[in-house]
Design a protein around this ligand. Sequence first.
Ligand SMILES: [Zn+2]
Length: 195
Amino acid sequence: MTRCLNCGADRDADICASCGLSSSAAEFALRRKLLNRTALFVLGALAFVAASGRYPALDLDGLLIFIGALFFPTLGLAIWVERRALRHAEVEAMKRIYYGLVPLPWLFSVLLLANGALDRAPAQTQVARVVGKFSMAGALPSRRLVVTSWREGHRVERLWVDRSDFDSFSRGDFVEVKVQGGLVGIPWVAGVSHH
Ligand SMILES: [Zn+2]
């Protein structure tokens, strides 16, 4: 007794009594569904990166590490489910876990956008000194100003800035950082200017 790869019903013949697909048609249907969900998942991760550039959280590095830690095992799970489907092995439980993980990057993106876009509280201005600069080229270029922190328990803050801001500040400059509290309590940086 195996389960139908398409609908998950128990079946004892090649044609599923529940959805009417043969085992190879069910495998094809499952693999097409996996591919669509994987595309949705990857787009969600890109949406998260876009959202985090729009309203950069103060602790963005931690958020990106978290998304990365979610992203690669989830893709690995999709590959594993597909491999098992090719062998017509049991996939039901792992498939459900995978489908449950797919919307997560979208939820985090919406959360991050709402956190910034709907944040009506006035910004707080913090004065900090630039102690370092860091830029990374590549598919997702990032430029950070490393500044002294105003938060208790933090030594420095790594602020995400665009190219013109990155070029206009030098080590030792004093800067004003506009910090917003965030609608859902994720502090984000609205802007950096010269002090
Ligand atoms: Zn079926």
